[in-house]
Design a protein around this ligand. Structure first.
Ligand code: GN1
Ligand code: MG
Length: 360
């Protein structure tokens, strides 16, 4: 067991009283550090360095992004800036923002008070969220730093399919026989779903700095329901705008849970889609290209698909990547994502029409 107090004491903060778990991320371990008196509280995180192997590069990305956003907010005369962008705490006597204890990597950031995250949002909150992710991307359009891919090929569909094919080939956990129909179902769509990489190779689709993990619960709302800031910045990296647009809808517009065992609950909620898209376009239309806009419905399908491919490959590999709560968890997740994908596919024409009307 790591002594968390010892870890926290490496950072330049004082008055630590309690350290307790926070949130429900699938990758890192997160804690809240309560302090005494009027010292601010903090968030302590153990970075999963098996997944984020380049911790130095990742922290540099995050520092560059938060610095740039902070500068933009200052220029715009925004108030309450410490609640609108994450602030990372350096180690005592150093400007490094992570600590390696010989085994694990840790970082500490300011806790944002009077704010909440949600796993479920209504259309009104989705509109705010769309606008906020659009603004996030818009603020980063002119970031001077070159970011690394903190996970190489993270949202590269061709790469994810290669991983799936390898998992099928290896069948490491001996699970393939009973789920061959799922493998076929996923591979049948492979070519259509690689459109982003195809467009990129043709020079028709740019990479921009994106968040790449816009799950609905990666956004902090104030008590009035307005978006304060975007959190969980590990995956901030160059990608297609589809990443942020698509992954939000994958989580927020799902009427069921990401791992819902009851597929009848899983459907694509068009009210959330419309509200989020309106909000997103209101802040992103200034920089988006026609090809990016045209392909937003594709992005809505791409992310449940990519997530199904990733969950399924992990299932075949014997659950080596995602935290699981029970043996078939990754399979249940896969089925739920495929059901969501089917529901998105049914709504494609209506989505295309809605976006065209927004842009008219
Ligand atoms: C992971 O850490 P968390 O739970 O926000 C994953 C995302 C997946 C998501 C599925 C680095 O995100 O890509 O979409 O689980 N992050 C990483 O719930 O793989
Ligand atoms: Mg998260």
């Amino acid at each position: 067991m790591t002594d968390l107090n010892h870890v926290v004491s490496q950072f330049s903060i004082s008055g630590t009283q309690t350290i307790t778990p926070l949130g429900n991320g699938l990758i890192n371990d997160t804690y809240i550090v309560r302090t005494s008196g009027d010292t601010p509280d903090y968030v302590l995180q153990r970075i999963n360095h098996h997944i984020f192997t380049d911790v130095e590069g990742l922290q540099n990305n995050i520092q560059a992004v938060t610095r740039h956003i902070r500068r933009k907010l200052e220029q715009a005369g925004a108030d309450d800036i410490d609640r609108r962008v994450l602030t990372f705490i350096p180690l005592s006597g150093s400007d490094k923002t992570y600590y390696f204890d010989g085994e694990n990597y840790w970082r500490v950031m300011l806790f944002i008070p009077d704010a909440d995250t949600f796993d479920v949002v209504n259309p009104e909150y989705s509109r705010f969220a769309g606008q906020a992710f659009g603004e996030f991307q818009a603020m980063l359009v002119d970031i001077p730093d070159t970011l690394v891919e903190s996970i190489p090929d993270f949202h590269n569909m061709e790469f994810r399919l290669r991983q799936l094919r390898e998992a099928i080939e290896a069948d490491a956990a001996g699970r393939l026989d009973s789920v061959r129909d799922i493998a076929d179902d996923l591979l049948r769509r492979a070519d259509t779903m690689c459109r982003a990489e195809q467009l990129h190779r043709q020079g028709l689709l740019p990479k921009r700095v994106c968040h790449c993990d816009t799950k609905v619960n990666n956004m902090m709302f104030d008590r009035q329901g307005h978006v304060l800031c975007v959190i969980d910045l590990d995956t901030v990296m160059p990608s297609y705008v589809f990443s942020d647009y698509g992954d939000f809808l994958r989580t927020a517009a799902n009427t069921g849970a990401e791992d819902d065992p009851d597929l009848s609950r899983v459907n694509f909620n068009m009210d959330i889609f419309r509200a989020f898209t309106e909000g997103y376009l209101s802040s992103a239309r200034g920089f988006l290209t026609p090809v990016e806009i045209e392909n937003l419905p594709y992005a809505a399908a791409l992310f449940p698909y990519m997530q199904a491919v990733r969950f399924f490959a992990d299932y075949l590999n014997g659950d080596t990547y995602y935290k699981t709560a029970y043996p078939e968890h990754n399979l249940v997740r896969t089925r739920a994502q495929i059901k969501l994908l089917e529901s998105v596919e049914q709504n494609m024409p209506e989505m295309t029409e809605f976006i065209a009307r927004q842009m008219a």
